[in-house]
Design a protein around this ligand. Structure first.
Ligand code: IPD
Ligand code: CA
Length: 250
């Protein structure tokens, strides 16, 4: 394992342990929005990850959901989602994770996604297959939409919900099952290991998807990012096992 990936896994495990310890407790809420919740623990988790990374690589940049740190001129950037699935976490639904990716000169190089409730660590290094708890993983072979299980996210505002509904209507009747699980990073990790076949969302941020994108692409899966139709700084995502065809549907 490269030193960079080892560091990412250490930081993700530490942040994950913090989340596990606080799971099911009362949470300090920083912001309660119409379709989102921001917790003090989001910031605490990012602080911990930032500290770990910058004590080893003080010259690198951090780009996280809770803000930036380090040397923003650096071409090595750590992309951090300190709790992906904050709403699940807040409601006591045990499906959330910590996601850390590193990119150099704009290219994703490594990623770690840790689910503290399942004690599952998904990783991808500079080379080689993505892994779950150290064992190589790969996406499913399902090639027919009628066999596929597809997960969707509706993001955080009315526009993204409306746009997501339109997409949902296009494919929901064509696939075996649909799911809305509440963590984009885990959706991608789950496709990378064959638990799910595809994931669609209208408005997503880089920290939600960076690590999972690299894991999925490494195994031959496809991640298609487009300009979000509802937010200029966000992407729309269609991702799948690399075998499915969503032409004209999403
Ligand atoms: C959210 C989750 C959710 C997705 C949202 C994301 P957060 O991340 O990944 O599944 O639908 O678009 O913003 O806010 O829990 O880190
Ligand atoms: Ca997120």
């Amino acid at each position: 394992m490269s030193p960079e990936l080892e560091l990412a896994t250490i930081a993700a495990r530490e942040a994950g342990a913090l989340l596990r310890e606080n799971f099911g407790c009362d949470h300090e809420v920083d912001e309660m929005l119409t379709h989102d919740i921001k917790l003090a623990l989001d910031v605490k988790s990012q602080d911990l990850i930032e500290k770990r990374i910058l004590e080893t690589f003080p010259e690198h940049a951090i780009y996280g959901e809770e803000g930036i740190a380090g040397n923003q001129e650096s071409d090595t950037e750590w992309i951090v989602d300190p709790i992906d699935g904050t709403v699940n976490f807040f409601f006591g639904l045990p499906h959330f994770c910590v996601s850390i990716a590193m990119r150099q000169a704009g290219e994703l190089k490594i990623g770690a996604i840790y689910d503290p409730m399942m004690d599952e660590m998904f990783t991808v290094d500079f080379e080689g297959p993505a892994t779950r708890n150290g064992k190589p993983i790969r996406p499913s072979n399902r090639a027919e939409l009628s066999e596929a299980v597809v997960t969707i996210g509706f993001s955080k505002n009315k526009e993204s919900i409306d746009a997501g509904m339109e997409k949902y209507k296009n494919f929901a009747h064509r696939v075996r099952k649909t799911r809305m699980m509440g963590s984009a990073a885990l959706a991608l990790a789950y496709i990378a290991c064959g638990r799910l076949d595809a994931y669609v969302e209208e408005m997503i941020s880089i920290w939600d998807i960076a690590a999972g994108q690299l894991m999925l692409e490494r195994g031959g899966g496809k991640v298609e990012l487009s300009q979000s139709g509802v937010h200029s700084d966000r992407s729309g995502i269609l991702s799948h096992n690399g075998k499915l065809n969503f032409d004209g549907l999403v």
